[in-house]
Design a binder for this molecule. Structure first.
Ligand code: HBI
Ligand code: FE
Length: 298
């Protein structure tokens, strides 16, 4: 009896982009004619499910962005329409891409207030998990916060820092900042800890786990510590970092001189394991480590 993996379609990114032509900056016009009724149905299902689980869990700034931008519940959004509202809000534009693009091209887009959004959507049999980003993760997860002026400044500062990090051979360190903030960040608010990271925002189960499970560590944001910390790309996070404000994140990322000092200070140190706690940490919650193994951190 062959299990389903034997019939797993070829890499979905390749399959979805068959016949499409990418520009030199890896962008393409959003192929609106390629969305099927199933795509819009899957979008509707994902949207409804996340809206239910994010009540009381997503930060207010995310919810404000989601309602301010034309991100409809029942159809994959039209990027050109969304760009009118997003441009008016913070000068950002989203650009359609085929999937993950090279780091330096990605940073170049961010530094110029262009956010790359994968145009295709996962299929019904992948509704719970997809390794690579699709339009639901990129657009629903990342784009609403780009309507927030401070967060919008942060993402552009990240892009600028990325272009500078390349020449300092520090991309692997800076990628950890993206991972532990833009993808899996939590924020302290007067109402309690809330989600702002897109990797959590677009995942039903991790939206609950990140805030309510006893298993992961929750540690106060510390730039140098994050730049030294490895992460996992295939399971829930072992550690979440909690910022006190988007202003803090922006200020820490805009200071390129300080970032270079951190790169040099930690470059030859042993990276910190994804589940480790170190003496300088401000520990908000020390996770229980049942069943963890350090070996599979990246
Ligand atoms: N490409 N389309 C896309 N989306 C991403 O989020 C992305 C990427 N390329 C590289 C990348 N992210 C990370 O390595 C960043 O840390 C650079
Ligand atoms: Fe992402």
């Amino acid at each position: 009896m062959n299990d389903m993996t034997e019939f797993q379609a070829p890499d979905i990114t390749v399959r979805k982009n068959q016949g499409l032509v990418l520009a030199a900056d890896f962008t393409l016009p959003q192929p609106l004619d390629r969305y099927t009724d199933e795509d819009h149905q899957v979008w509707s299902q994902l949207y409804a499910r996340q809206m239910e689980v994010l009540q009381g869990r997503a930060c207010n700034e995310f919810m404000e962005g989601l309602t301010r931008l034309p991100i409809e519940p029942h159809r994959v959004p039209v990027f050109d329409e969304l760009n009118q509202a997003l441009g008016a809000a913070t000068g950002w534009q989203i650009v359609a891409v085929h999937g993950l693009i090279p780091d330096d091209v990605f940073f170049e887009h961010l530094a110029n207030r262009r956010f790359p959004v994968t145009w295709w959507l996962r299929e019904a049999n992948q509704i719970d998990y997809l390794q690579e980003p699709d339009v639901f993760h990129d657009l629903f997860g990342h784009v609403p916060l780009l309507a927030n002026p401070i967060f919008a400044d942060y993402i552009q500062a990240y892009g600028v820092a990325g272009l500078a990090a390349k020449s300092q051979n520090a991309l692997h360190m800076l990628a950890r900042l993206y991972w532990y903030t833009v993808e899996f960040g939590l924020i302290a608010t007067p109402d309690g800890t809330r989600i702002y990271g897109a990797g959590i925002m677009s995942s039903r189960t991790e939206s609950i786990y990140s805030l309510e499970s006893d298993s992961p560590n929750r540690i106060a944001f510390d730039m140098q510590r994050i730049l030294q910390t490895r992460y996992r790309i295939d399971t829930f996070q072992k550690t979440y970092f909690v910022i006190d404000s988007f202003e803090t994140l922006f200020a820490a990322t805009q200071d390129l001189e300080r970032l270079s000092q951190y790169y040099n200070a930690i470059r030859d140190l042993t990276p910190i394991g994804a589940g480790d706690i170190v003496s300088t940490d401000t520990v908000i919650h020390a996770g229980n480590r049942e069943g963890w193994s350090a070996s599979d951190d990246v």
